[in-house]
Design a protein around this ligand. Structure first.
Ligand code: AHR
Length: 646
C-alpha cells in the first residue's frame, strides 16, 4: 500500500467513526431506579403568574388596596349629561383586612345617562362568545341612594355591551351581591373590553372586592384559568414547589409570604406587596396552591418562611425565631392534619376537609444570600421542631453543594439540598456530566430552579427586557441536555423543576426571562422548552439503564419502563447538522418498530402569542429496529425513542 493510500484509508476510517457514534445500552442492567418524583413544577407570584395569570380573577385592584393614593386600574364612567367622582375611602372599610373602599359620588345621572366606574382588568377583560361570567361585589349605599347598580362588560370604546346584569337595590350596610353575565354567541373574542358598574341616579355608594370570573377549571369557585391549567396538567408534574422563590421570603420580614393571611374567605385576605414590584391579592393563597397540586395529581413541596428576607434582614435563631417556627408548624397542620385540629378545621372551612399529602418541606429560599451566616442555626431550629412533630417529613436545605462549604448546613444533616442552576445554554451544553460524579453519601439533591439562558444574564436587566419573554430552541436544546444529566443521575436527583414557570407577556407584566409558558389576556403558548420538558416528563421509565455513548457532542439518557419493558431513549443533537447514531441494544428482544417523538427547529426558532405552535413535537413511527440499528437525529433536535419489547 502506498503512503498516500494508507493516509486515505486512515482518514476514511476516522471519518466513519466520527460520523457514526454509538450508544451502547445494556438493557438487562438497570443501575438504579428513576426517582418517581423527578419531574415537577416550581411556582411563585412573579410575572403576574397568578394575579393576571393562573388565578382566573379578571378585575385588577379589586379590593382597592394596590395603591394608597389613587384607585389604579379604575376610571370614571360619565357622559355629557352625567357626572361622578371616585375616591379611595379608608373611613368605610369592608372589614379590617380590606381596609379601603371605593367611594362613588354621583352628581348627575339618569336612565339615559348613567354614571359609574370602570375596571380595565389585567390588560383588558377577555370576552368570549356564549360565556357565563360570575360577577360579585360588596356595596353599601348612603341614605341618598338605593340603586339599582348595573354591571356590564363593555368594549373599550363604549359602543358594544357584551353582557349586562342588574342589582335592583342596595342596602345601607355592607352586603355581597352576585350576578351572572352572559355573552351572546357569534362574538369575536377580544380583550378590548372593561367591566363597568353604573348607576342611574345621583347619590353616594361604596364598593369593595369587585370581582369577575370567567368559567374556571372544573368550574371551581375562586378557581384557575382553564387554558393554563390544561397546559400544566399536560406536563404530568409529580410535585409543585411553592410559594417561592423570592416570593416566600419577601423584601422584608413584614412582607414575607405570611400564609395565615392567605387562607379563609377572599374577603378576609388583605394581600401584600410581593418582592417582584407589585401587590399580590393572595386570592391565590395556600388553599389554592394545594388545590392546584391536587388537580394536577402533583404532591406539594411546601416552602416555609425561614427568617431571612431579600432586603438582607434576618431573624436571629433562638427565641426570636420561635414564632416563625411555630408558623411553619401551623402551616403543616393546615396542610396535613385532621379537621379536629385548629388549622385542619380551617382547611375544612376553606372547602377541603381531607388532609393533603405532604412529604417535603423546604426551609426558606436561596439562604446562601444571608450574609449573617445564620442559616445553619435557623435551619437546625426548623428541622428539629418539624422532625419532633412530624418525623415523617423530609426537610430541604436551600444551600446546595454548588455553594461554598461555609454557607451550607452542617449542624444537622438536611434530607435534601436545593441547588439552583441558571446558566447560559453554552454552559449547560458544556457540562453534560455535571452530576455523574457527585458524592452519593451526602444529602439527596433537589434542583429546585434551573433554566438555560440563551443570551444575557441577569434575567431582569434592560437587555433582557428587550428579548422575548420565553426561550428559543437554543435554550430548549440546552435544557434538554441538562435534563438528560439529571435523569441519568436520578438516584441522586430526587426532584427537579424549571423556573420561572409562567409569564404574562403584556408590556410591563414581567420581571424575568426566560419563562416556560407565556400568555396574554386571551391566549397562551408553550415555549420550545415547555415541549422539551413535557416530552421528558411524559416518557419517564422507572429504571435507569446502563448506557455509554462514545461521542461528546450528543446528550443521552436511557431508562426502562419495568412494567411494559419498553426502553426509553432520550437524545439531544445540538449540532447544526443531522447526526447518525448507531444504537447497540443488548440483553433484550425488541419489537421491530417503535415511536420517535422529535422536537427540531432552527436555534432561533421559538413560539409566541402570534405563532404559538411554530416549534412543537412530532411523533413518528420508527421501523427496522434490531439489536443494532442506526437512527438519524435531525439537526438541532431533541428525540425520544420509545422501543417496545417482544
Ligand atoms: O425564578 C426567579 C427567582 O430566581 C426566584 O424567585 C429565586 O429563588 C431565584 O433567584
Amino acid at each position: 500500500m502506498t503512503k498516500t493510500l494508507l493516509i486515505l484509508v486512515i482518514c476514511a476510517f476516522t471519518l466513519t467513526s466520527v460520523a457514526q457514534p454509538t450508544l451502547t445500552i445494556e438493557a438487562d442492567k438497570p443501575i438504579a431506579p428513576v426517582s418517581p418524583t423527578l419531574y415537577g413544577l416550581m411556582t411563585e407570584e412573579i410575572n403576574h403568574s397568578y394575579d393576571g395569570g393562573l388565578y382566573a380573577e379578571l378585575v385588577q385592584n379589586r379590593a382597592f388596596l394596590d395603591d394608597a393614593q389613587t384607585p389604579v386600574h379604575w376610571s370614571v364612567v360619565q357622559d355629557a349629561n352625567s357626572s361622578t367622582t371616585i375616591s379611595l375611602d379608608t373611613n368605610q372599610p369592608l372589614n379590617d383586612q380590606l381596609s379601603t373602599s371605593l367611594r362613588l359620588d354621583v352628581g348627575a345621572a339618569s336612565k339615559l345617562h348613567s354614571a359609574g366606574v370602570a375596571n380595565s382588568g389585567y390588560w383588558g377583560i377577555p370576552v368570549f362568545p356564549s360565556t357565563r361570567y360570575h360577577a360579585s361585589f360588596y356595596a353599601r349605599a348612603a341614605a341618598n341612594f338605593s340603586g339599582p347598580v348595573t354591571v356590564s362588560i363593555v368594549s373599550d370604546d363604549g359602543a358594544t355591551v357584551y353582557a349586562r346584569a342588574r342589582v335592583p337595590e342596595l342596602s345601607a350596610d355592607w352586603k355581597l351581591y352576585e350576578l351572572t353575565l352572559k355573552t351572546r354567541g357569534g362574538i369575536k373574542p377580544t380583550a378590548k373590553a372593561r367591566l363597568i358598574l353604573t348607576v342611574q341616579q345621583p347619590g353616594t355608594v361604596w364598593f369593595s372586592l369587585v370581582s369577575l370570573f370567567p368559567p374556571t377549571w372544573k368550574n371551581q369557585p375562586n378557581g384557575f384559568r382553564k387554558d393554563l391549567m390544561q397546559m400544566l396538567v399536560n406536563m404530568h408534574p409529580k410535585f409543585l414547589r411553592f410559594p417561592g422563590g423570592n416570593f416566600v421570603e419577601g423584601d422584608t420580614v413584614a412582607t414575607r409570604f405570611n400564609w395565615e393571611e392567605t387562607v379563609g374567605p377572599v374577603s378576609e385576605r388583605p394581600g401584600h406587596r410581593g418582592p417582584w414590584g407589585y401587590r399580590s391579592t393572595d386570592g391565590f393563597g395556600l388553599p389554592e396552591f394545594l388545590k392546584w397540586c391536587e388537580d394536577m395529581g402533583a404532591e406539594p413541596v411546601l416552602a416555609v418562611y425561614a427568617g431571612y428576607s431579600l432586603g438582607g434582614s434576618h431573624v436571629q435563631p433562638g427565641p426570636d425565631l420561635d414564632p416563625f417556627v411555630q408558623d411553619a408548624l401551623d402551616e403543616i397542620e393546615y396542610v396535613t392534619s385532621p379537621t379536629t385540629t385548629k388549622w385542619g378545621a380551617q382547611r375544612a372551612a376553606d372547602g377541603h376537609p381531607r388532609p393533603y399529602p405532604l412529604r417535603y418541606v423546604e426551609i426558606g429560599n436561596e439562604d446562601w444570600f444571608d450574609r449573617s451566616g445564620s442559616y445553619d442555626a435557623r435551619f437546625a431550629q426548623f428541622y428539629q421542631a418539624i422532625k419532633a412533630k412530624y418525623p415523617q417529613l423530609k426537610c430541604i436545605s436551600t444551600v446546595g453543594n454548588e455553594q461554598p462549604a461555609e454557607k451550607r448546613v452542617h449542624s444537622v444533616q438536611p434530607d435534601l439540598v436545593d441547588e439552583h442552576y441558571y446558566r447560559s445554554a453554552h454552559t449547560f451544553l458544556a457540562d453534560p456530566a455535571h452530576f455523574d460524579n457527585y458524592d452519593r453519601h451526602g444529602p439527596q439533591i433537589f434542583v429546585g430552579e434551573w433554566a438555560a439562558h440563551e443570551t444575557s444574564f441577569p434575567p431582569w436587566d434592560a437587555k433582557s427586557r428587550k428579548l422575548p419573554p420565553t426561550p428559543n430552541m437554543t435554550a430548549a436544546l440546552a435544557d434538554a441536555a441538562w435534563m438528560t444529566g439529571m435523569e441519568r443521575n436520578s438516584d441522586l436527583i430526587k426532584m427537579q423543576c424549571y423556573a420561572p414557570l409562567l409569564v404574562n407577556v403584556n408590556p410591563g407584566a414581567r420581571q424575568w426571562r426566560p419563562n416556560l409558558i407565556g400568555y396574554d389576556t386571551l391566549h397562551s403558548f408553550g415555549s420550545p422548552s415547555y415541549y422539551a420538558i413535557s416530552m421528558f416528563s411524559g416518557n419517564v421509565g422507572d429504571e435507569i439503564l446502563k448506557a455509554t455513548l462514545d461521542d461528546p457532542t450528543l446528550f443521552y439518557s436511557v431508562t426502562r419502563d419495568s412494567q411494559s419493558g419498553a426502553i426509553l431513549i432520550k437524545l439531544v443533537n445540538s449540532q447544526p447538522s443531522p447526526q447518525t447514531l448507531k444504537l447497540d441494544i443488548q440483553g433484550v428482544r425488541l419489537k421491530h418498530s417503535g415511536t420517535a417523538t422529535t422536537l427540531a427547529a432552527a436555534p432561533d426558532a421559538t413560539n409566541s402569542i402570534d405563532d404559538p405552535t411554530n416549534v412543537v413535537p412530532v411523533v413518528s413511527k420508527v421501523t427496522g429496529i434490531k439489536p443494532a440499528f442506526t437512527d438519524t437525529l435531525p439537526a438541532d433536535s431533541i428525540t425520544i425513542l420509545r422501543l417496545p419489547v417482544r
